[in-house]
Design a binder for this molecule. Structure first.
Ligand code: ZN
Length: 143
Protein backbone atom coordinates (compact mmCIF):
# COMPACT_ATOMS: atom_id res chain seq x y z
CA UNK A 1 0.00 0.00 0.00
CA UNK A 2 1.24 3.44 -0.95
CA UNK A 3 0.13 5.06 2.28
CA UNK A 4 3.53 6.61 2.94
CA UNK A 5 2.77 8.93 0.00
CA UNK A 6 -0.79 9.45 1.13
CA UNK A 7 -0.85 11.53 4.32
CA UNK A 8 -4.55 10.95 5.01
CA UNK A 9 -4.34 7.16 4.69
CA UNK A 10 -1.22 7.28 6.83
CA UNK A 11 -3.07 9.14 9.56
CA UNK A 12 -6.05 6.80 9.38
CA UNK A 13 -3.82 3.76 9.54
CA UNK A 14 -1.84 5.24 12.39
CA UNK A 15 -4.99 6.04 14.37
CA UNK A 16 -6.36 2.55 13.76
CA UNK A 17 -3.07 0.95 14.77
CA UNK A 18 -3.19 2.87 18.02
CA UNK A 19 -6.76 1.77 18.71
CA UNK A 20 -5.73 -1.81 17.86
CA UNK A 21 -2.83 -1.78 20.29
CA UNK A 22 -5.18 -0.61 23.04
CA UNK A 23 -7.76 -3.24 22.11
CA UNK A 24 -5.95 -6.35 20.80
CA UNK A 25 -9.29 -8.20 20.45
CA UNK A 26 -9.94 -6.07 17.36
CA UNK A 27 -7.52 -8.23 15.36
CA UNK A 28 -10.02 -11.11 15.71
CA UNK A 29 -13.04 -9.01 14.80
CA UNK A 30 -13.78 -9.78 11.15
CA UNK A 31 -16.41 -7.04 10.86
CA UNK A 32 -13.91 -4.46 12.06
CA UNK A 33 -11.20 -5.75 9.69
CA UNK A 34 -13.67 -5.56 6.81
CA UNK A 35 -14.63 -1.95 7.63
CA UNK A 36 -10.98 -1.00 8.01
CA UNK A 37 -10.02 -2.55 4.63
CA UNK A 38 -12.85 -0.65 2.98
CA UNK A 39 -11.80 2.63 4.59
CA UNK A 40 -8.15 2.28 3.53
CA UNK A 41 -9.23 1.36 -0.01
CA UNK A 42 -11.52 4.39 -0.20
CA UNK A 43 -8.84 6.67 1.22
CA UNK A 44 -6.49 5.45 -1.49
CA UNK A 45 -9.11 6.05 -4.18
CA UNK A 46 -9.81 9.55 -2.91
CA UNK A 47 -6.10 10.31 -2.87
CA UNK A 48 -5.74 9.18 -6.50
CA UNK A 49 -8.57 11.54 -7.48
CA UNK A 50 -6.83 14.41 -5.71
CA UNK A 51 -3.55 13.64 -7.47
CA UNK A 52 -5.32 13.50 -10.83
CA UNK A 53 -6.90 16.92 -10.21
CA UNK A 54 -3.51 18.42 -9.39
CA UNK A 55 -2.00 16.84 -12.49
CA UNK A 56 -4.78 18.43 -14.58
CA UNK A 57 -4.04 21.87 -13.11
CA UNK A 58 -0.35 21.59 -13.93
CA UNK A 59 -1.19 20.61 -17.51
CA UNK A 60 -3.72 23.43 -17.97
CA UNK A 61 -2.63 26.74 -19.43
CA UNK A 62 -4.14 30.09 -18.54
CA UNK A 63 -5.77 31.98 -21.44
CA UNK A 64 -2.69 34.23 -21.40
CA UNK A 65 -0.50 31.16 -21.98
CA UNK A 66 0.91 31.22 -18.47
CA UNK A 67 1.38 28.22 -16.20
CA UNK A 68 -1.21 27.58 -13.49
CA UNK A 69 -0.12 26.80 -9.97
CA UNK A 70 -2.30 25.45 -7.12
CA UNK A 71 -2.35 28.05 -4.35
CA UNK A 72 -5.34 27.32 -2.16
CA UNK A 73 -7.94 24.78 -1.27
CA UNK A 74 -11.61 25.63 -1.02
CA UNK A 75 -13.94 23.39 0.87
CA UNK A 76 -17.46 24.12 1.98
CA UNK A 77 -21.16 23.82 1.48
CA UNK A 78 -23.30 25.77 -0.93
CA UNK A 79 -27.05 25.28 -1.19
CA UNK A 80 -26.85 21.86 0.46
CA UNK A 81 -24.09 20.69 -1.90
CA UNK A 82 -20.62 19.99 -0.60
CA UNK A 83 -17.88 21.35 -2.81
CA UNK A 84 -14.20 20.67 -2.69
CA UNK A 85 -11.91 22.48 -5.05
CA UNK A 86 -8.40 23.72 -5.62
CA UNK A 87 -7.78 27.35 -6.45
CA UNK A 88 -5.03 27.74 -9.01
CA UNK A 89 -3.38 31.01 -9.96
CA UNK A 90 -1.60 31.89 -13.16
CA UNK A 91 2.10 32.53 -12.59
CA UNK A 92 2.10 35.21 -15.32
CA UNK A 93 -1.11 37.25 -14.98
CA UNK A 94 -2.28 36.15 -11.54
CA UNK A 95 -5.78 35.21 -12.62
CA UNK A 96 -7.39 32.55 -10.41
CA UNK A 97 -9.34 29.50 -11.52
CA UNK A 98 -11.14 26.91 -9.42
CA UNK A 99 -10.83 23.18 -10.18
CA UNK A 100 -13.47 21.00 -8.64
CA UNK A 101 -12.41 17.66 -7.22
CA UNK A 102 -14.55 14.66 -8.15
CA UNK A 103 -16.92 13.97 -5.27
CA UNK A 104 -17.09 10.17 -5.44
CA UNK A 105 -13.88 9.44 -3.60
CA UNK A 106 -14.49 12.03 -0.94
CA UNK A 107 -18.00 10.77 -0.25
CA UNK A 108 -16.89 7.11 -0.16
CA UNK A 109 -14.04 7.86 2.18
CA UNK A 110 -16.21 9.93 4.51
CA UNK A 111 -18.88 7.21 4.55
CA UNK A 112 -16.34 4.48 5.32
CA UNK A 113 -14.69 6.60 8.01
CA UNK A 114 -18.07 7.11 9.67
CA UNK A 115 -18.83 3.38 9.46
CA UNK A 116 -15.55 2.56 11.26
CA UNK A 117 -16.14 5.29 13.82
CA UNK A 118 -19.72 4.19 14.52
CA UNK A 119 -18.74 0.54 14.76
CA UNK A 120 -15.89 1.20 17.21
CA UNK A 121 -18.13 3.46 19.24
CA UNK A 122 -21.10 1.10 19.35
CA UNK A 123 -19.19 -2.16 19.84
CA UNK A 124 -16.20 -1.11 21.93
CA UNK A 125 -17.03 2.37 23.19
CA UNK A 126 -13.89 3.68 21.48
CA UNK A 127 -13.78 7.30 20.37
CA UNK A 128 -11.74 6.83 17.21
CA UNK A 129 -12.46 10.30 15.82
CA UNK A 130 -10.83 11.98 18.80
CA UNK A 131 -7.84 9.62 18.58
CA UNK A 132 -7.21 10.78 15.02
CA UNK A 133 -7.83 14.39 15.99
CA UNK A 134 -5.29 14.26 18.81
CA UNK A 135 -2.79 12.80 16.33
CA UNK A 136 -3.39 15.79 14.06
CA UNK A 137 -3.05 18.24 16.94
CA UNK A 138 0.11 16.50 18.13
CA UNK A 139 1.57 17.10 14.69
CA UNK A 140 0.46 20.72 14.58
CA UNK A 141 2.17 21.38 17.91
CA UNK A 142 5.45 19.83 16.78
CA UNK A 143 5.68 21.90 13.59
ZN1 ZN B 1 -2.56 34.09 -17.08
Amino acid sequence: MASSQNPMAYLLENGLRRVESERPELSNDSRYLELKEQLLRDAEGHFREIQATYATILKTQCHCGGQLEPVDHDFGKSGGTIYDSVIAKCKSCGEAQAFQFPKEGFISEARSAMAVRDYLQATYGIDYASAVRSDLEGRAVRH
